[in-house]
Design a protein around this ligand. Structure first.
Ligand code: FAD
Length: 471
C-alpha cells in the first residue's frame, strides 16, 4: 500500500538521516527467523550495546534498576513507603485479579505500581490500568517479583543467555528497513513481484474459498488479481470489512469492537554531537505527553548523516483521528519541542529539523473484551480453506518482528504442504513464553532482574523488552 516495504518496521529517510519507527531490536529465540535474518543481511548486522533509563519526577532511573541509583532517586522516605505498601499488598492482597492494576499491585504494592507501571502504561494504552486485562500483565511480567528485583539490584547477576541477549542486540547498520528492502530485492532477483502503492480494497470469496482481490492505486485505478492461496497482514479489522460477500453481522460487530493504539514519532535533528548515551529513555512523568525517546546515533552511528548532530525519535501514543493525530505537523512539533526542552533533554533553539511520522494501528489493545471478539473472528476465518491471517495487526496479536515473520513462514509451509501442518495462531503463545521463563530461571544467577524487567519492556509498548521495547 505504501511506496516502501517494511510496514511498521520500515526505516524512514529524511535529509540524509535514517529514522526507525520506535526502535527495532533484532532479538529472537526462534531459530527459523534467526537463520532467515542472517541469510538476508549477513555481516551488515551491528552488535549494539543496550542502555536505557526511565525519566520520572525530574530524575533518571537506571533501567534495569540498580540499588544505589534507585535509592538515591526515590529517597529514603519514599523507599520506606514503597516497602510498607509492598507489605500491605502481601498481607491484604486484592481478592480479585482481573485487571492490570490489581495484578501488579498485588505483586509490587500500590506505591511501586504508581511509579513504575501506571503512568507509562496509561500513556501507551490511553486507558486506565483498571481497564487493562490482568492477562496482559501476566504474560508480560510473569516471574518478576520485588524480592528478585531487590536482590538483583543489590548483587550484580553473573549473567545468562538471556541477559547477554538483552545487554546487546543486533541492529542493521541503516535500521530495520535495510532487512526488508533487501528481502524485496532478493524476491525480485528470483523472479518474484512485489507490488507497492496499491491497496487491497476488496477480497472476493465463494464456497469458503478466496478467489480474487481488487487492488486500487492512488489515482483510483483498480485491477483484479486472482490466486490459489492468500496470506493477509492487512489489519484484521479492515480485512473483515472488505470481504465480499459481507461477513455475518456478529463477525462485523466483533471486528468493529477491537481497539488499537497508534503512534506518532516526531523525528528531530539537534545541533549537538552527543546528548545522552542511552539507546532509548522511557518518559514516565505525567506532566508531558511524550512517552519515549530514541537516540538513533546510539542504535547505529550510520543513522545520522552529520556526526556533529544528534537525531532523536520522540514517541507519542494516541488514537487514530483523535485531536493530537489530526493536528497539523507543525503544531505537533511545537508541543514535542516544548516538552523535550522542559525535561532538559535538549535546548529548543538547538533543534534544526523535524519530521512527523504517523503510524496507525501500532498496538492492538488487550482490553477486557478483546478475547471474546477474537474468538468470534477466528472461528469465522477458520472456515476459509485458502486464507491465512499473519503478522501483528493481521492477527491482532502483540507480535514482534520475529513472531510476525514466523507466522508467515508457517503459513507458507502450509501452502507448500497442501495441508494445515502448522497453526499460525500458536506463534507467540503462553507456551513459548513459559519456555523463555524456564530458561531464565534455570539457575539462580540466571534469574535476574535484567532479564525479567526486559520482558516487561518487551511486552509493554515496546512489548516490552522484546516487546516493544515497544514499551
Ligand atoms: C514502536 C514499536 C517498536 C517495536 N519494536 C520492536 C522491536 O524492537 N523488535 C521487534 O522484533 N519488533 C518490534 N516491533 C514490532 C514490529 O514492528 C511488528 O511485529 C512488525 O512490523 C509487524 O509486521 P507485519 O508485517 O505483521 O505488519 P506491518 O509492519 O504493520 O505491515 C503491514 C503492511 O501491510 C500494508 N497494508 C495494510 N493494509 C493494506 C491493504 N489494505 N492493502 C495493501 N497493503 C496493506 C501496510 O502498509 C504495511 O506495509 C515494534 C513495533 C512498534 C509499534
Amino acid at each position: 500500500m505504501e511506496p516502501q516495504v517494511g510496514g511498521i518496521s520500515k526505516t524512514v529517510q529524511h535529509h540524509g538521516n535514517y529514522f526507525d519507527l520506535g526502535g527495532h531490536r533484532f532479538f529472537t529465540k526462534l531459530n527459523d527467523v534467526n537463520v532467515l535474518w542472517k541469510e538476508v543481511l549477513g555481516d551488515k548486522f551491528l552488535k549494539r550495546p543496550r542502555q536505557s533509563r526511565i525519566y520520572y519526577n525530574n530524575r533518571f532511573f537506571n533501567y534495569p534498576l540498580t540499588a544505589m541509583n534507585a535509592l538515591f532517586n526515590v529517597g529514603l522516605a519514599d523507599t520506606c513507603r514503597i516497602l510498607l505498601s509492598y507489605a500491605h499488598a502481601k498481607l491484604f492482597p486484592s481478592q480479585e485479579e482481573k485487571t492490570f492494576e490489581q495484578w501488579v499491585s498485588n505483586r509490587f504494592g500500590k506505591r511501586l505500581f504508581s511509579i513504575f507501571f501506571k503512568t507509562y502504561t496509561e500513556k501507551v494504552w490511553g486507558i486506565p490500568c483498571s481497564e487493562i486485562q490482568a492477562e496482559w500483565a501476566a504474560q508480560r511480567i510473569k516471574g518478576l517479583s520485588l524480592y528478585h528485583a531487590v536482590i538483583n539490584a543489590l548483587f550484580k547477576p553473573k549473567g545468562s543467555k538471556i541477559t547477554t541477549l538483552i545487554d546487546e542486540f543486533d541492529y542493521p547498520e541503516y535500521g530495520p528497513g535495510m532487512m526488508y528492502n533487501e528481502m524485496r530485492s532478493l524476491i525480485e532477483k528470483k523472479g518474484g513481484t512485489v507490488s507497492v502503492q496499491e491497496k487491497v480494497v476488496e477480497v472476493f470469496h465463494e464456497n469458503n474459498c478466496v478467489t480474487k482481490i481488487r487492488l486500487e492505486n492512488a489515482r483510483g485505478e483498480s485491477r483484479l488479481v486472482s490466486g490459489t492461496d492468500f496470506l493477509s497482514s492487512i489489519p484484521i479489522t479492515e480485512l473483515l470489512q472488505i470481504l465480499s460477500p459481507e461477513v455475518p453481522h456478529a463477525v462485523s460487530v466483533a471486528a468493529k469492537s477491537l481497539k488499537y493504539r497508534s503512534l506518532i514519532t516526531v523525528d528531530i535533528t539537534v545541533d549537538e554531537p552527543q546528548l545522552f548515551t542511552d539507546n532509548w529513555i522511557y518518559i514516565h512523568s505525567p506532566e508531558v505527553k511524550l512517552g519515549r525517546i530514541q537516540n538513533f546515533k546510539n542504535w547505529s552511528p550510520s543513522m545520522v548523516a552529520d556526526k556533529s548532530k544528534t537525531t532523536l525519535g520522540l514517541e507519542y501514543f494516541c488514537n487514530e483521528n483523535d485531536d493530537f493525530w489530526n493536528s497539523p505537523d507543525e503544531k505537533i512539533f511545537e508541543q514535542a519541542a516544548d516538552e523535550v526542552s522542559k525535561i532538559k533533554i535538549c535546548k529548543r533553539d538547538k533543534i534544526t529539523d523535524y519530521l512527523v511520522v504517523r503510524v496507525p494501528k501500532a498496538y492492538p489493545v488487550y482490553d477486557m473484551e478483546y478475547p471474546q471478539h477474537i474468538a468470534v473472528i477466528r472461528d469465522y476465518l477458520s472456515r476459509f480453506s485458502n486464507l491465512q491471517p499473519i503478522g501483528r495487526y493481521g492477527m491482532f496479536k502483540y507480535n514482534n518482528m520475529d513472531h510476525s515473520i514466523q507466522t508467515g513462514l508457517y503459513a507458507a509451509r502450509n501452502i507448500l504442504a497442501g495441508k494445515p501442518l502448522y497453526d499460525v495462531w500458536n506463534v507467540n503463545t503462553e507456551e513459548e513464553y513459559h519456555e523463555e521463563q524456564k530458561e531464565a530461571l534455570e539457575s539462580e544467577t540466571d534469574t535476574n532482574i535484567n532479564a525479567e524487567l526486559s520482558m516487561i519492556m518487551r511486552h509493554s509498548p515496546e512489548q516490552t523488552e522484546k516487546e516493544e521495547e515497544e514499551k
